[in-house]
Design a protein around this ligand. Structure first.
Ligand code: SF4
Length: 350
């Protein structure tokens, strides 16, 4: 059983982060924020897929104007502005009504500018994520550190001390590296010293497959150790997949209910049907359905009936037809070309 490390709780829009709050899923739009119609559409899709917090890039004044429209249209969506370099954009984003901003204090220019951001955030009760990334550490620290992990930790202390000096602790922290083992070590060591809520992620994790694997390992191991309050799976793929993978990580660890669990066999020389194609097509059709159902798709009579019987819905392929199971009981025989439609409709009605 996973015992979560206690962190202090903050509130980002309607989402609680830290303490005993459920672990939230984040993603980031890949639209140009100034194209607010496309951005609003993508935010709606992400939220429909189960994304709890959505981040958008804000890198110019047109994006600020779009942010105001997005905020107006999507008042209920926990929204975070991602800012680099220009502290004025951070201040304007806060004034636009976002629930949180993500900054790397090291690229904002000076402590005075960071303090300006904090001052405005305090007035609007805006959450600030201190986002530290192994690729952008202060050179005076990285040149004098024993390892990347040490450099990230020293950097985090420097920034947190700055926030503490301003008396502002409405923060969460991320400490990202593209290396899985470094990420695990840095979060573990950080959580021994601080109780700020932690946003987990493996930065620049890669394409859909390799990014999902790295993220599942890095985020999954940390969550298993009780560390982490909110997660993002970074993928070089459409953001909707980030939400899907993140939800699957949480579900696999028993940290979130909901979301259909498809149990499908790997196929072999005994397979009597297109298990791979049917599983992929079914997964596509049921995307966004948040029911807590286990569905088994099994290729033959070896393990098929057993798995299909222990799922909520299941099919086991035979040589000529397919046995359909529901709630552990054989319901009927169906033909191979009916499998997807029948499972999809049973899932809808379950
Ligand atoms: S369930 Fe049957 S078809 Fe599928 S991998 Fe196992 S033995 Fe092969």
């Amino acid at each position: 059983m996973i015992v979560r490390k206690k962190t202090r709780q903050i509130k980002l829009g309607k989402v609680l982060i830290g303490g005993d709050a459920k672990i939230s899923v984040q993603s980031m739009c890949n639209t140009k924020t100034e194209d607010y119609e496309s951005t609003i559409k993508q935010i709606r899709e992400l939220v429909a897929a189960g994304c709890d917090i959505v981040r958008v890039a804000v890198n110019n004044d047109n994006a600020i104007e779009a942010l105001k429209k997005i905020r107006y249209e999507l008042r209920d969506v926990p929204l975070v502005a991602d800012i680099h370099f220009d502290y004025r954009l951070a201040v304007k984003s806060i004034l636009s009504g976002v629930d949180g901003i993500r900054i790397n204090p090291g690229n904002i220019g000076s402590n005075e500018r960071v303090k300006e951001i904090i001052k405005t955030a305090r007035d609007y009760n805006t959450v600030i994520r201190i986002g530290i990334n192994s690729g952008s550490l202060p050179s005076d620290i990285s040149n004098n550190s024993f390892s990347v992990v040490d450099a990230i930790l020293t950097t985090s202390k420097r920034y947190i001390d700055l926030f503490l000096a301003c008396g502002y602790e409405n923060i969460k922290v991320s400490l990202k590296s593209s290396d899985v083992l470094e990420t695990i070590e840095v979060y573990e060591r950080f959580s021994e010293s601080y109780d700020y809520p932690l946003h987990l992620g493996i930065t620049e994790a890669g394409t859909l497959l390799s990014g999902a694997i790295k993220s599942s390992l890095g985020i999954g191991i940390l969550l298993y150790k009780g560390i982490g309050d909110t997660i993002r799976v970074s993928l070089s793929a459409e953001p909707i997949y980030e939400v899907d993978v993140a939800k699957k990580i949480l579900k696999a660890l028993g940290l979130r209910r909901g979301g259909i669990d498809i149990i499908s066999c790997p196929t072999c020389g005994r397979t009597n049907g297109d298990v791979i194609g049917i599983s992929a097509e079914l997964e596509r059709r049921i995307q966004g359905i948040d029911k807590d159902i286990k569905v088994a798709i099994m290729g033959c009579e070896v393990n098929g009936p057993g798995e299909a019987r222990s799922a909520d819905l299941g099919v086991a392929f035979g040589k000529y037809d397919v046995i359909f199971f529901k709630n552990g009981k054989i319901i009927k025989k169906i033909s191979k070309n009916e499998v997807i439609d029948i499972l999809a409709s049973e899932i809808q009605n379950f």
